[in-house]
Structures are given as C-alpha cells and as structure tokens.
Design a protein around this ligand. Structure first.
Ligand code: FMN
Length: 358
C-alpha cells in the first residue's frame, strides 16, 4: 500500500512525500514591479517548514499584460528572477521541491494591465468587448514569453515550472471549443487545440534541459473528461512530466459526480486522470481536501499520486504534519475571504485563530 510519507520521483526531482501545495495567488503581496517581496518569502518559507513534498508558487505572469491585476508576481524580465532565489533556497533548505506556475490571462485580461487577446475574437468578461484574435506571429511571441519565463525560473533555482493550463486562462482558452474557433494549426482537432501548450512544453524542454520538471495544471474536463485526457496525452507526448488536474471552461459530462465524504467531483477529475495515466505520468488531484483522512484515503487507495492542497495549507502551514503524524491543526473555515479577487479582505480566520494560539 502506498503511504502519504512515501517519496516519489518526478523526472529527476524527488518529492519526500505525496503532499503538494497548489498555486494560490497572494493578491496583496506583490507590487506593480512584479517582484518577490519579503512577504512572499516568509509565506513560502513557513509552508516549506510545514513538511510539504513540493510547493508550486502562485500564478506568475509571463508578460505585464497577462497579470490578474497590477499587483501581481511576474517573470517577464530578468530583474524579477533574482528575488525568487530566496523562495527556492527556503524550500530546498527544508528538502521541499519547488516549481512555479506560469500564466497569461489571455481573453480574460484585466483591462488595467493589457488588451484581451486569445485564440479567437470571442466576448471578454465585458461582453460588449471582443478579444483580439492572436495572429500566428503573436502566438509564437507569446510562446517565447513562456519559454523566457521558464528560463528565468530555472536561473532562480526552481526545479521546474507548471504551465497554467486550466481555470479559463490562455492555455485553457486554446483547448476549449468555446473560446477557440480557429481553423488553422491551432484550432479544430484536439491535437491542434493542444498545440499552443504542447509547443511551449517542447520548447521549455529544449531550452531548460531534460532534468527540468515540466508540469501542466490541466483542465480535467473540457468539455468532457475523455477530451481533456486526449489533450493531456498531447502534453505528455511533448514532454510533460506531471499532470496536476483542476477544472476548465466547459463542463458537459454527467459522469462526473461527488464521491461521498472522501472527495468531490472536482477532485474526481484527477482520480480519472490517474486511472488513465497510471504508471506512465504522475497525477495530482485537488479541491476541498481539508481533512487528513481524505488525503490518506486518496493516497492509500492509489487514487492519485500526489494530493494538491490549497486552502488547507493557507489556513495552517502545519497541515502536512496533521496528515503525517496526527498533530492538531487549524482547519480552513471554507469562508469566501481568500477567494480570488484583488481587493478582497484577506483575513483568513483560521490563520488568525492559529496566530492567537486559540
Ligand atoms: C486565494 C486563492 C488563490 C488561488 N490562486 C491560484 C493560482 O494562482 N493558480 C491556480 O491555478 N489556482 C489558484 N487557486 C485555486 C487553487 O489552486 C485550488 O485549485 C482551489 O483553491 C481548490 O483547492 P483547495 O480546496 O485545496 O483550496 C487559488 C485559490 C485560492 C483560494
């Protein structure tokens, strides 16, 4: 039986256990220069000390136009790379592997940061405005930005990168038939729709080397699980080492349902991927995994290779110790405060309870 404490090797990177931190943006930490701040370093150091096997640093923009908001971490220029060294050092000192998620918002661009652009001229978040359809030259320039950011990540000591291929951002927009209406080499067949991401993977592999870990956080459903798996097969062919599975844009698959108290329908996507890629490519699942017993169930029943933890480790960095050694922990309150938007009141009640020692 596989145990949560069992190590796993992904490409050449050894994870000391099966617990991984999901990328989670800290909206109020970065300044407009997109550089790492001391708050970031402390945040990741604390979580590295908590006993995770791998940390994936939050969504990081590959161009200024691809940011969620003006205050957002970036790797679009060399000067931004240096600050990441303190994060990678803090992780490695604690024997934690570390990768960074690279992203562009594409059609969902924040107008304060840049124009909406994507595979096709479809409506943006302001339905009266349509995105600009990217030309093939613009596609290739965008891929260059992802590759350059990966090289900067490597120079800063990251073990690898995670391409943000889910949650409706640019790579996901190329996969989805809702946002990709192209009829050229980047649209139409599944293979063509996966090409934007697959080309980036191939080029990152060429530029960053065989040992560099390449993960894709891919849409587990787009619009159904079988198609999403076919896309992921293209990523694997291109050189992807690790599939961390979350949600996409379209959801048209009645076979996806919650699995009682053990895991929900979002997490079940990763379980389906694991079933398909078992023994070939490691897979991680995610979503609302807040109890140590859930983590053990998923790993010990070999339903996934690793478990991605978002809010559980935001609420309490020592959550891994609760899973591995039954230590007490402060559980996420599942409140809306930490969700997504810049300008939200970032007061995590679990974190405040932990700080106050109650
Ligand atoms: C505050 C916050 C920030 C997030 N930022 C990102 C991000 O940068 N990239 C990403 O792929 N997902 C992001 N997510 C989604 C999480 O990685 C994760 O998939 C989601 O929270 C569900 O997992 P959980 O229930 O363990 O938190 C974020 C979620 C939260 C709550």
């Amino acid at each position: 039986m596989t145990k949560v404490s069992d190590p796993i090797k992904i490409n050449k990177t050894e994870l000391k256990n099966r617990l991984t931190m999901a990328p989670t943006v800290k909206f109020d930490y970065a300044g407009e220069d997109g550089k790492v701040t001391e708050k970031h370093v402390e945040h990741y150091r604390e979580r590295a000390e908590g006993g995770l096997g791998l940390i994936c640093v939050e969504a990081t923009a590959v161009t200024p136009g691809g940011r969620f908001a003006k205050n957002h971490l970036g790797l679009w220029e060399d000067a931004q790379a240096e600050g990441h060294r303190a994060i990678t050092d803090a992780c490695h000192k604690n024997d934690v592997a570390v990768i960074i998620q690279l992203n562009h918002t594409g059609i969902t661009a924040n107008p304060n940061c840049g124009p909406a652009m994507g595979p096709s001229a479809v409506p943006t978040r302001s339905p009266e405005i349509r995105a600009k359809e990217m030309s093939t030259d613009e596609i290739s320039e965008m891929q260059d930005h992802f590759v350059a950011a990966a090289l900067r990540a490597k120079s800063a000591g990251y073990d690898g990168v995670q391409l943000h291929g889910c949650h409706g951002y640019l790579i996901n927009q190329f996969i989805s038939e809702k946002t990709n209406l192209r009829r050229d080499a980047y649209g139409g067949s599944t293979e063509n729709r996966a090409r934007f991401g697959a080309d980036i993977i191939q080029r990152v592999r060429q530029e960053c080397g065989e040992d560099f870990l390449i993960s894709v956080r891919t849409a587990g459903i787009e619009p159904d699980v079988a198609t999403a798996i076919a896309v992921a097969e293209e990523y694997v062919k291109a050189g992807c080492d690790y599939l961390q599975v979350s949600t996409g844009i379209e959801w048209e698959d009645p076979t996806v349902t919650d699995k009682g108290e053990h895991y929900n329908k979002f997490c079940s996507l990763g379980v389906r991927f694991h079933d398909h890629f078992r023994g070939r490519v490691p897979v991680s699942c995610v979503n609302s995994i807040m109890d140590p017993a859930q983590v053990r169930y998923l790993i010990e029943n070999e339903l996934t290779d690793t478990v991605d933890l978002g809010r559980a480790v935001l609420a309490d960095p020592a959550f891994p110790e609760a899973v591995l050694s039954d230590k007490p922990f402060v559980k996420c309150f599942n409140c809306p405060n930490c969700q997504y938007g810049p300008g939200m009141p970032h007061k995590c009640p679990a974190e405040m309870r932990r700080m106050s020692g109650k």
